[in-house]
Design a protein around this ligand. Structure first.
Ligand code: 2M8
Length: 436
């Protein structure tokens, strides 16, 4: 039994490496062979973590390629388009990022960002690099760029100086059709019906993807931002969708901690990164925590109300920062609650089972995703919950072993959905295998 377990692990590892190498483009790695044929920001951060387990040079090039797309105002874009790929909508012609004076000239990108995992990925890549000279020069190269990215987020996206960054498009949240965005989105009044032709449903069954109504919202919002030339001081005062997102800000909080680590590693001051971290941590606890349930929710910046939909994001402050016992307990307890996240199958559904939106087969409305499990596991470990963390790790590995490196998985049956050969499922499998 022991021997076969070792062989299984070895083969899982080599299959995961093959997925990443198979999805390589010239400078970076695409999330999947055909559904997502460009470079995505948070995908590449997870991918870099995966590469760091077996090829530091590829890990560094993944992050460098993201920074090639950085705008002169500091924004790191959600998508860096690969000129040789077509078949994804919306492409560069719809985004027209060149309307902004800050967009790079020789690289085509989208006009928004994604959960800011760069510092988290960069730290992992630096820590795993055996050659101290290489690690140090990479740290010195990326530190100023990542600092400028965080400066952008606080300067352009936190006009109230609240410590919480505002997300302006469901695609920025990474959890595109998650219930809080369906809620906030239902209040957006589309002034016209946008014209477009979806390409995603040519690759994946429509029942596993966002609806046409969701896409109307996504494209209409894109066109509003484009018309404002991606100038956030002009766009934000009128923007109909503005969310102080709990997952995005939790990632930012943790990224500040890792940015502070990189600063100390380079023997530079970590004061700015630490003060950002402390401010965002306090704001998450004081402004995004629901007193009654003890869970966390994103806040609709337009109405001022919490978007009280229980999703995986409600637990993400565990990943952000060290919480006091009384504050960490409700999210930890929610994991074992059959009405919330215990589906008697695989941990951890992305939308609570009792939610009226819960759908175990549709995208971010219920399936298990390996990236949210990866963050949750770290958050649980940081809060002394080793058994729960191990259970999340085990379930993640069981899912990819049983169903392959699919994009997402049914939390009850374990069946895989969405694209196959999905890069971050493979990359984070490599990381989870390496921390055993
Ligand atoms: C999904 O989002 C893209 C738009 O960014 C799409 O549906 O076309 C999300 O799961 C997102 O989190 C992810 O980064 C992206 C690529 O894997 O796909």
């Amino acid at each position: 039994v022991w021997e076969s377990a070792v062989i299984e692990t070895t083969s899982l590892r080599s299959r995961a490496e093959q997925v990443l190498l198979g999805n390589r483009l010239e400078h970076s790695t695409k999330p999947s062979p055909s559904l997502y044929p460009h470079q995505w920001m948070w995908d590449s951060c997870f991918i870099a973590v995966g590469y760091s387990t077996f090829d530091g040079a590829l890990a560094r090039s993944e992050i460098r390629s993201l920074l090639r797309g950085q705008w002169s105002n500091g924004m790191v874009p959600q998508i860096i388009f690969n000129p040789a790929s077509s078949g994804y909508f919306p492409g560069p012609d719809r985004w027209q990022s060149g309307r902004s004076p800050y967009a790079p000239e020789n690289v085509q990108t989208s006009g928004i960002t994604q959960p800011p995992l760069l510092a988290i990925a960069a730290r992992a890549v630096i820590e795993r690099e055996p050659d101290a000279g290489i690690a140090r020069s990479f740290a010195a190269e990326v530190f100023p760029a990542i600092t400028r990215y965080h400066e952008f987020l606080y300067r352009e996206r936190d006009p109230d100086d609240s410590g919480l960054v505002t997300v302006v498009h469901p695609w920025e949240s990474g959890l595109d059709n998650s219930p809080p965005y369906l809620d906030a989105g239902s209040r957006v009044e589309l002034s016209y019906k946008p014209e477009y032709h979806r390409l995603d449903t040519a690759h994946v069954a429509a029942r596993n993807r966002p609806t046409d109504k969701d896409y109307d919202l996504f494209i209409w919002l894109l066109e509003q931002m484009r018309d404002a030339e991606y100038d956030w001081s002009r766009y934000l005062p009128e923007a109909q969708l503005q969310v102080q997102d709990v997952l995005f800000n939790s990632v930012l909080c943790r990224a500040n901690d890792d940015l502070a680590w990189i600063a100390r590693y380079l023997e530079e001051s970590d004061a700015t990164a630490r003060s950002w971290r402390d401010k965002t941590a306090a704001a998450i606890i004081n402004s995004l925590r629901d007193e009654e349930s003890g869970l966390f929710f994103s806040r609709d910046r337009r109405t001022g109300e919490l978007l009280r939909q229980v999703t995986i994001s409600s637990l993400m402050p565990l990943f952000a920062v060290q919480l006091e016992d009384g504050i960490s307990q409700p999210p930890v307890d929610a994991l074992a609650d059959p009405a919330l996240f215990d589906a008697s199958g695989y941990r951890c559904p992305t939308t609570a089972i009792s939610s009226s939106w819960f759908n175990p087969q549709n995208y971010w409305l219920g399936p298990v995703w390996i990236n949210t499990n990866w963050m949750l596991r770290q958050g649980l470990l940081a809060h002394g919950c080793a058994n729960q963390a191990d259970a999340v790790r085990r379930d993640s590995l069981e899912l990819v072993e049983k169903s392959g490196f699919r994009e997402y998985f049914d939390p009850i049956t374990g069946e895989g959905y969405g694209t196959d050969s999905f890069s971050w499922s493979a990359a984070l499998t490599l990381d989870l295998l390496s921390v055993a």
